[in-house]
Structures are given as C-alpha cells and as structure tokens.
Design a protein around this ligand. Structure first.
Ligand SMILES: [Zn+2]
Ligand SMILES: [Zn+2]
Length: 382
C-alpha cells in the first residue's frame, strides 16, 4: 500500500536573524530507502544554531539533527526496521566511499551534501507549505530535520534502541554526546594514567570528560569561563577545573596545566570552543607525542597559528567529526555505560515542554544558561 505524505508541525528557520517559527507543513511520503519517524523528542546542538546564524544553509529550512522517536512508516526497500521500533537518529554517510568502507563514516566524501545540503541525495526537497504544489521548504538536515513532529531518515543514520529505555533523553547521543565521548574513546583512545585537558565544558566537552573518566585518565583538566560548568565538570569526573580569569595570561594557564601533568605536558587535549587562540592553548598544553583534537572549526575561513617548532616533538593536531563514531556501534555502547552508572549524561539535560519551545531552548543555550536542551515534541509519549 503506498504511503502518503503527511501534515506535520515543524519549527522552521526563515533567515539567520529570525527566530524559529512553528508552522504546519507537509512531509513527503518516504522514498524507497527512507524511514518516517514520529519524533518524540529532539535536542538542540550548536551546529543547528551556527547553521542558521551564519546562513550556512538555504532558507526556509527545517533543522534539527538529534532526534529520537518511533518508526511510523517504511519505504518499500527498508527491511531492517519495523513500525513501532524506538530509534535515535544520527548523521548520515554514503557507505560506499573509501572512508565509509574503512569504518570511518563521519569522514564520508558526501558528509557535507548528505548532512548540510537540505535536500535528499537525489536533489528533491522533502517539505512543502500547505499552499504550495511543490516542495518549497528545505529539510533533510542530517537526513532527518528533527525539529518537527515527523522526520524522514535513512537506514544508515537510524539506530534502534530498546523500548525499555527512556527514549527522550537518548536524543543527544546522536551528535553532541557521541562527538565528545567518541573523541576520547575512538579518536584519541585515551589510555589509563594519562593527562587530558578539555577546553569548553558544554555538552561535547562534558561528554569528553565523562569518557576520560571511563578511560581511567589520571588528570582530567576542565577549562571554562562559566563557574557552573566547571562545577558540573568536577561532578562528572574532572580532577581539576580551571577558569581562565584566574590566570594573568594564557601562557600561565598553559604552564599550570603542564604542572598538573608532571611538567612535560598532557598526552591529550581537546578544544570544543572553535576559538583559534583557545585551540592554540590546547595544543601548547600537550607534551611530546601529545595529540590535540579540534572539534569545533569556527566559521568557514577561520585559521589557527601553530609554531612549527612546537609541532616538532611528535605532536599532532587533528580535526574530529562526530568523535569518529560509527553510531550503530557506539550509541549502544554509550547506553550500556549509562546503564552501568559510568556515563551520567542525563545530568547535562534540561527539558522543554513542546515544539514551540525550540526558540526558547536555542536562546537559553546560546546564552550559556543551560547545557543541553531536550525538547519534548510528543508530550503524550511515556
Ligand atoms: Zn562515504
Ligand atoms: Zn550536532
């Protein structure tokens, strides 16, 4: 039986300067390889806000890429899922290129087009305004566009989770949480008895700190300008919490981090801020053979200056997308750690009651008042 298009509610972004507006739209029927998911909750990620604020997308568009929900309809060729399955949505990848075949799908050749272009891989748009005959609203953000009551995903970026789990709180696993934790456990593969410094204690940085604790790092140094976040970092496993304002200059903060790590410097550093001078500090905190992971690249065109001599002692700087996570493998591992009490990521979450609250959640997040908003899209669930 053919599946029809569906009337939905979506929080639409119209331009970089305007708030999200909840509107009635029509969502196309799932294509053969698509899954229609009834969104139960979505979290908001800084990538949603940066994409809108810096106009890194076409408008109007339905953003959102940390959706959690229930399978509602299946395209003709989808056999891996059943209607009613509980799922978490993540980033998409092609599955065919060299990096995908090498189990590094976050570096897929099509990462940009599949996740940021606002269209299906074949170029179609998925949403239309009720007055329009043709699809005139961009969607397919991370092949989901979860700021809506329903979304279309692919088998590749849809992760089945157990129905006994609290589905709404799992939403941020699909991007922010797996990015931070994956950087520690997959990319850096942090070893026990080592030192790591994390600049920026938002969702990604705090997830990295929790993972560093799981990895049994000896010194886990958190750096942030916000005292509440530093306290949260300590609660989640940081051994030291540093505020830049307590140091006369950046160099003295770097020296202090080095003194914590036995003087020679950290084995690992992570910058989640996207600020070039902070990335430089993170790099300088590392000792010989130290690896610095850059997670937030700043706006396109941003450059960082590294002294070549500083790079010489075997040090490296690498960019990281999605914590090198293969979501279908890593998200269940994170859920397992959470169930064993070793990864209490629920402490970072703040609930918002309905889709109309996405703008409030985004603003509170932008002001640094909350760490990770979970917006409940279906209040009837549970
Ligand atoms: Zn690929
Ligand atoms: Zn994200």
């Amino acid at each position: 039986m053919p599946v029809d298009e569906l009337e939905i509610q979506a929080a639409v972004a119209h331009s970089s300067g305007e708030p999200f507006v909840t509107e009635k739209l029509h969502l196309r029927a799932p294509a053969a390889n698509e899954i229609r998911v009834k969104i139960i909750a979505t979290s908001v990620c800084h990538t949603d806000l940066m994409t809108k604020d810096e106009a890194l997308c076409e408008f109007p568009i339905v953003l959102g890429h940390e959706g959690a929900g229930v399978v509602h309809a299946l395209g003709d060729s989808v056999t891996e899922f059943d209607i009613g399955d509980h799922v978490v949505l993540s980033y998409d990848y092609c599955g065919q290129c060299r990096q995908c075949k090498d189990h590094k799908p976050s570096y897929c050749n099509d990462h940009g087009s599949l996740n940021f272009a606002g269209i299906r891989p074949n170029g179609d748009k998925t949403h239309r305004r009720p007055v329009s005959e043709t699809a005139d609203v961009f969607g397919s953000f991370f092949q989901q566009s979860s700021f809506a009551t329903y979304a279309l995903s692919h088998v590749s970026n849809t992760i089945k989770v157990d129905k006994s789990l609290p589905l709404p709180m799992l939403a941020p696993l699909g991007c922010g949480v797996q990015t931070g934790a994956g950087t520690v456990l997959n990319t850096l593969q942090v070893k026990s008895d080592t030192s790591i410094v994390v600049f920026g204690c938002g969702c990604v940085g705090l997830s990295a700190i929790m993972a560093a604790k799981v990895a049994d790092a000896k010194n886990i140094v958190a750096v942030d300008v916000n005292p509440a976040r530093l306290q949260m970092a300590l609660d989640l496993g940081a051994s030291h919490a540093l505020a830049p304002a307590d140091f006369a200059e950046a160099a003295s903060l770097v020296e202090h981090v080095k003194s914590i790590s036995q003087g020679s410097g950290c084995q690992y550093a992570i910058d989640t801020t996207g600020v070039p001078s902070v990335l430089r500090q993170a790099f300088d905190c590392c000792g010989p053979l130290g690896v610095t992971a850059m997670i937030a690249p700043g706006v396109p065109g941003t450059e960082v200056c590294i002294e070549m001599l500083g790079l010489l002692p075997g040090k490296s700087l690498r960019g990281v997308i999605q914590g090198d996570s293969v979501s279908k493998i890593f998200i269940p591992e994170l859920i397992d750690l959470w169930q064993r009490g070793q990864f209490p990521f629920e402490k970072m979450l703040t609930r918002y009651a309905s889709i109309d609250k996405i703008e409030d959640a985004a603003q509170a997040m932008g002001r640094g008042e909350i760490i990770k908003p979970i917006v409940i899209i279906d209040p009837e669930f549970e």
